[in-house]
Design a protein around this ligand. Structure first.
Ligand code: PLP
Length: 449
């Protein structure tokens, strides 16, 4: 009997492996079984496991200054250096950054910054945020309200309306298209729906549109070409900000430095980061805004006596030092360029499963991808619930591969950025075995239609 409540777990069907150690792209459980990490932990361990430079950096920073906060008059150089380095690196001009501990709290910070800013410029009515169905922005009360997945919203009585959060269409053509609709017709229809929503709500009430350039937890949705360009044209027309949630897509994941680059998104107004920011060696997140937004809030904070938001661990010196070293390694070792090459290879190898009887769609970009398993390849009929995806995930695990079934029965792939082509081959061999076992199971249980 444990005293733990497990996150994102079915309490009635807990079947676990206890992971004990890791090295490179592999982890071992407490029975000595070895697994290839096909999901980089939870889309985060970009530099794999046991990176000695990151371990040394942690120890050195802990020895020098294990904690100092940043409230009301305190600062430290390592947080300043990280903010400066990130501002140089991200696809925004002259960004200003706030640090937190998780992707969820980074998104919460942005909701508050948006409100604080709009009050400061005398437009407090601009407080609504448009998110999308099938998006994942985290699980705090506010971030879960942005998220567009039933499992993170049902039973929590979230203040979605009170927060002024709206959800527009997801950009997944395979699942969202109408009969006979082409990709570009699909894009025009859903962008038309977005504009209609803006007009219905009143453009002057809408602060921002939030999107993961490519989604992760909702099934790795890569929007069709032209989608973001059309979305941004509509947002610009009504002076609505574009907020890129790059918690998964940031730092080399999608074949470029950032997801915005891969998806040709023009300079976002706000961005959020976590996960690969420190290669998950230690929790840290960042929320970036335009400098003019920050400047507009200076008087506001003086009037209030303080900008009343921040976490004990905002800019934790050890987390900042580890993030700085991670960014240094990314640049010094040309990790993004190398990941772009292995990413192409991953996509090529995943595409080979397109003909598999269980695979309805293969999708992805760079080192992130998914195979959507379906009950009927011709009609794209999905499997009921997430059971078949869960079965395939377990079969992969039994064959020494850790991946994750997401959005029902899509198998998500997101290996460490340091994975080699040989390891991708190893991963695909294991996927083939898992799919065969799953197909046998589906035949036995008569799950195919
Ligand atoms: C795009 C995106 N945003 C936010 C989050 C939330 O991050 P965290 O779990 O660190 O709170 C996630 C987590 O997977 C994510 O994928």
């Amino acid at each position: 009997m444990t005293h733990l409540i497990y996150p994102t777990t079915n309490f009635k069907a807990i079947e676990q492996i206890s992971i004990e150690r890791g090295e490179g792209c592999y982890v071992w459980d407490n029975q000595g079984n070895k697994y290839l990490e096909g999901l980089a932990g939870l889309w985060c361990t970009a530099l794999g496991y046991g990176n000695q430079e990151l371990i040394n950096t942690t120890a050195e920073q802990m020895s020098k200054l294990n904690f100092s906060h940043m409230f009301g008059g305190k600062t430290h150089q390592v947080a300043i250096d990280l903010a400066d380095t990130l501002a140089e690196m991200i696809p925004m001009q002259d960004a200003v950054l706030s640090f937190g501990n998780s992707g969820s709290d980074a998104n919460d910070t942005h909701i508050k910054l948006l409100r604080y800013y709009h009050e400061a410029i005398g437009k407090p009515e601009r407080r609504k945020i448009i998110a999308r169905e099938r998006s994942y922005h985290g699980v705090t009360v506010a971030a879960a309200s942005l998220t567009g997945l039933p499992v993170t919203q049902n039973h929590f009585d979230l203040p979605i309306d009170a927060l002024g959060i709206l959800h527009t269409d997801h950009p997944h053509y395979y699942r969202g298209k109408h009969a006979g609709e082409t990709e570009s017709e699909f894009v025009d229809r859903i962008v038309g729906n977005l504009e209609a929503m803006i007009l219905r709500e009143g453009p002057e009430t809408i602060a921002a549109f939030i999107a993961e350039p490519i989604t992760g937890a909702s099934g790795v949705i890569v929007p069709p070409p032209g989608y973001y360009q059309k979305v941004q044209a509509v947002l610009n027309k009504y002076d609505i900000m574009f907020w890129a949630d790059e918690v998964i897509t940031g730092f080399g994941r999608t074949g470029n430095d950032f997801g915005c680059t891969s998806m040709a998104i023009e300079t976002p107004d706000m961005m959020t980061f976590a996960k690969q920011l420190s290669s998950a060696y230690i929790p840290i997140s960042a929320s970036a805004i335009r400098r003019d937004m920050y400047d507009a809030m200076i008087e506001q904070s003086a009037k209030a006596g303080a900008f009343g938001h921040g976490y004990t661990y905002s800019g934790h010196p050890v987390a900042c030092a580890v993030a700085l070293k991670t960014l240094e390694i990314y640049q010094r070792d040309e990790i993004f360029a190398k990941a772009a090459v292995t990413g192409e290879y991953l996509q090529q190898r995943l595409a080979e499963f397109a003909d598999h009887p269980l695979v309805g769609e293969v999708r992805g970009k760079g080192l992130i991808g998914a195979l959507e398993l379906v009950a009927n390849k011709e009609t794209a009929e999905p499997f009921e619930g997430g059971m078949v995806g869960g079965y395939a995930q377990k079969m992969a695990q039994d064959n020494g591969l850790l991946i994750r079934a997401v959005a029902g029965s899509s198998l998500g792939f997101c290996p460490p950025l340091i994975i080699s082509n040989e390891q991708i081959d190893e991963m695909m061999d294991k996927v083939a075995l898992a799919l065969q076992a799953t197909l046998d199971y589906c035949h036995k249980e008569q799950l195919l239609s």
